[in-house]
Design a protein around this ligand. Structure first.
Ligand SMILES: CC(C)(COP(=O)(O)OP(=O)(O)OC[C@H]1O[C@@H](n2cnc3c(N)ncnc32)[C@H](O)[C@@H]1OP(=O)(O)O)[C@@H](O)C(=O)NCCC(=O)NCCS
Length: 204
């Protein structure tokens, strides 16, 4: 599947980051999280940007559009909608602690200045701050149109800019798309952790 826009997006991220590198590491990190535009395989342009507190209602709508399989693949359980859109939970996600957690959202513009969130990517620092766990979520209707690949590539680039030494992602053993995404990017997939999960690691 073609993914040709990603290098440009990454170049933009890298150059905006590099332009502030010498002055202030905090500014560098904020620049890393500026908005970027990606183009899906069907030509749709999507804006990817850091999550904001006012995304909370849009995040709840996103959760309403997830199939049971997508929920199981993302949360490894049939986590019900009311739990996923619980205010305290969404508030935490939409107000990330920047030292701990990076959350990007993919935003699709609708007519009449409305927007919808169609994807979320997270990078969580672990107890060892040089290690980060990535998680990806694309709304069913938008799956298999390269959005997951774009979000993954952006998160890998951010992890490198954050100078992490290793990133990993845990996914369901039946999650073929996630396995392909990892294989194509040089991740090493371990033996399944148990009957349900497997894990892929990438040294940066
Ligand atoms: C897994 C997930 C993030 C992938 O995102 P996506 O936008 O659906 O997938 P993409 O279109 O980017 O395709 C992913 C890979 O599958 C392959 N693929 C996509 N569509 C395909 C198709 N129709 N046939 C064969 N392979 C296909 C591509 O090779 C691609 O890998 P590449 O870009 O390295 O070549 C998304 O499906 C999702 O959110 N699933 C539910 C939650 C989840 O599983 N999260 C991961 C664990 S945290």
């Amino acid at each position: 599947m073609s993914n040709s826009i990603v290098p440009d997006s990454l170049a933009a991220l890298t150059s905006s980051s590099m332009s502030t590198t010498q002055c202030d590491p905090t500014a560098e990190r904020l620049a890393t999280r500026s908005s970027t535009v990606i183009v899906l395989d069907d030509g749709t342009t999507i804006s990817v940007r850091p999550v904001r507190p006012d995304d909370e209602p849009h995040m709840a709508v996103l959760h309403g559009h997830l199939s049971d399989q997508t929920v199981r693949f993302r949360y490894f359980a049939n986590t019900p909608l009311h739990t996923r859109i619980d205010h305290a939970r969404l508030k935490r996600i939409c107000h990330p602690d920047l030292d701990q957690d990076i959350v990007l959202v993919a935003e699709h513009r609708l007519p009449h200045r409305k927007t919808e969130l169609i994807g979320v990517a997270r990078l969580d620092r672990q107890a060892d701050p040089k290690v980060g766990e990535i998680a990806l979520l694309v709304v069913d209707h938008w799956q298999r149109h390269t959005l997951g690949a774009h979000l993954f590539d952006l998160m890998i680039a951010i992890a490198k800019q954050e100078k992490l030494g290793r990133i990993f992602i845990t996914f369901h053993r039946e999650n073929r798309l996630m396995r392909l995404l990892c294989d194509h990017r040089g991740f090493i997939t371990s033996q399944p952790v148990d009957e349900t999960f497997t894990r892929s690691d990438l040294r940066l």
